[in-house]
Design a protein around this ligand. Structure first.
Ligand SMILES: C[S@@+](CC[C@H](N)C(=O)[O-])C[C@H]1O[C@@H](n2cnc3c(N)ncnc32)[C@H](O)[C@@H]1O
Length: 289
């Protein structure tokens, strides 16, 4: 059956949206369906599911599951452009995570006055703020900033540079990011300029590059990569941090928390907090040994 591209938007309270999202997760026919769940309006408790079906069957399945949850209001919008993925990305709603507001060019006029506003457009790099892992890192950082400040920050796997840019914009004197992907480094440096953030990004794998080591030791290291490299880099991340420094780790699934945490506990970290978003988890670990 031919598929005319649509975006399905469902809004409701947090409980209603999470329950509807769980129903999507539980449906084996929708295993490959892409959707995001975000808080759209904190004060009014409005959460939003955006789903981007790629086939007619998926579209019908998603709408059927959502219709079973009267707590959410569903709107289906037709995407006219053939490049529907790019369109849906450019139409992504802005994301609020604590004090941070991550938005794209199309939201220029809708930026709130009392937030740290980060302009990050969807492009070739990962990290528009919509992924559960990025939101988890920003929420964790926001909570930490209520109690302490971080002069030197490293972002391993910078993507769009959103995390190091967030640090530079909230008072970190040194904000360095690295990525193994060259285009991501270029995009991150462009985003830093765009956001008037004094953050610098270098093309490097892991933390052993002189350009990365030279700015350490760090007060905070972000690493939003995947569970296996997080485990593999545990000693390097420890050595990059000052004693008392914090690692915010994400890119791991809830089911991988134990494995990643164990690697860091054995190296002298304590687990301070955990943030869960969708299937993803972000861990806050402090180096105490
Ligand atoms: C999930 S994205 C995170 C992007 C961004 N930091 C965020 O939180 O939205 C992971 C990024 O890490 C990069 N990456 C993966 N393994 C890496 C490694 N060992 N060293 C540096 N970068 C790595 C990938 O190229 C990708 O851009």
């Amino acid at each position: 059956m031919s598929h005319s591209p649509v975006q399905i938007i469902a809004r409701g309270s947090r409980v209603a949206a999470e329950t509807a999202a769980e129903a999507i997760d539980a449906d084996p026919m929708l295993e490959g369906a892409t959707y995001s769940i975000l808080e759209e309006d904190e004060d009014r408790d409005v959460w939003r599911i955006d789903a981007f079906p790629t086939t007619e069957e998926e579209s019908e399945g998603l709408q059927a599951r959502l219709a079973e949850h009267p707590g959410v209001t569903v709107v289906v919008e037709t995407l006219a452009d053939a490049d529907w993925l790019a369109m849906s990305l450019s139409g992504l709603p802005p994301v609020r995570a604590g004090r941070f507001f991550v938005y794209g060019a199309h939201d220029q006029g809708r930026v709130p006055p009392n937030t740290v506003n980060l302009k990050i457009d969807a492009g070739a790099a990962f990290g528009t703020g919509h992924h559960g892992t990025t939101v988890g890192c920003l929420l964790a950082f926001d909570d930490l900033l209520k109690r302490e400040s971080f002069e030197r920050v490293l972002d391993v796997g910078a993507g769009t540079g959103v995390l190091a840019i967030a640090a530079a914009r909230t008072g970190s004197r040194v904000a360095i990011g690295t990525d193994i992907d060259e285009p991501s480094v270029r995009i991150s440096n462009e985003n830093a300029k765009l956001n008037q953030a004094d953050a610098r990004f270098v093309h490097a794998s892991g933390l052993n590059d002189a350009k990365v080591r030279g700015h350490g030791p760090y007060d905070l290291v972000f690493a939003n990569i995947l569970a296996p490299p997080l485990v593999a880099l545990s000693q390097d991340i420890k050595l990059a941090l000052k004693l008392g420094g914090v690692a915010i780790l994400s890119g791991l699934l809830r089911t991988q928390e134990r494995r990643v945490t164990a690697a860091y506990l054995s190296r002298g970290f304590v687990l301070e907090r955990r943030y869960r978003r969708d299937a993803w988890s972000a861990l806050v670990l402090r180096r105490v040994g």
